[in-house]
Design a protein around this ligand. Structure first.
Ligand code: PGA
Length: 257
């Protein structure tokens, strides 16, 4: 049992970013599945690049692992070169989709209105959105963390209807901790989660705030996951680099309970 308050179920999600081919995807699951066989204390999600989604869905048909994409377009179909729709992800067998990862915000100019329409589209096509927010180093250093998180929440999540909001998972990912080896301390992460939860409470009410899952992301590794997960505020992790290796992600899953 995870022991989280309010029955929030722990989630460990791997974000593979732009790594692995379909063959490497197959090799990953061959090694990973036996390592997490029978683990039911948390939701386990893997988000590979688009071309690997069919292989990943196929590999996990017979087990508890679920598959997510890393992005989607808000339309169903259309003349939008290079984009992939929620409708397509649903057809392939995805259950989740990451939205507004900081790398998407930073390199591809994703904005809060994009978050709203992508989140709405994801839910329309039966996908659970994992919506990312988090501050950059200079924003933290100039004491603007809460203002930045508030802006991202107000622009990207507050416009959702309560029914749609109830379907999302939030990932707090301080940009300065992503891929840098600098994990936020459990206290720093928990403080940010508490602030985000207070925003949820103010907009959608206390009951929803108590039920909303907030994952932490940024250099989560097997050796720091336990202390992070000891914080009641932290409901799981969105893991980049350490999710590429079957043994390391399996260790993270194991220590999340
Ligand atoms: P990291 O990435 O674990 O490699 O820091 C996390 C993420 O970007 O989701």
């Amino acid at each position: 049992m995870s022991g989280r308050p309010h029955n929030r179920r722990t989630m460990m999600a791997g974000n593979w970013k732009m790594y692995k081919t379909p063959l490497e995807t197959h090799a990953f699951f061959e090694a990973f599945k036996p390592l997490v066989a029978g683990a039911s204390h948390c939701d386990i999600v893997i988000c590979p690049p688009f071309p690997n989604l069919p292989a990943a869905v196929q590999e996990t048909r017979d087990c508890q692992i679920q598959i997510g994409a890393q992005n989607l377009h808000w339309g169903r179909e259309g003349a939008v070169t290079g984009e992939v729709s929620g409708h397509m992800l649903q057809a392939v067998g995805c259950n989740y989709v990451v939205i507004a990862h900081s790398e998407r915000r930073q390199y591809f100019g994703e904005t809060e209105p994009d978050v709203v329409r992508k989140t709405e589209a994801a839910i329309e096509y039966g996908l659970t959105p994992i919506v990312c927010l988090g501050e950059r180093l200079e924003e933290r250093e100039s004491n603007r963390t809460e203002a930045v998180l508030a802006g991202q929440f107000d622009g990207g999540l507050a416009p959702l209807t309560p029914e749609l909001f109830a379907r999302i998972v939030i990932a707090y990912e301080p940009v300065w901790a992503i891929g840098t080896g600098k994990t936020a301390t459990p206290l720093i992460a928990a403080e940010a989660h508490r602030f985000i939860r207070s925003k949820v409470s103010a907009k959608f009410g206390e009951v929803q705030a108590a039920a909303t899952r907030i994952l932490y992301g940024g250099s989560v590794k097997p050796d720091n996951v336990k202390t992070l997960m000891a914080e009641e505020e932290i409901d799981g992790a969105l893991v980049g680099g350490a999710s590429l290796d079957p043994a390391s992600f399996a260790a993270i899953v194991k220590y999340s309970g």
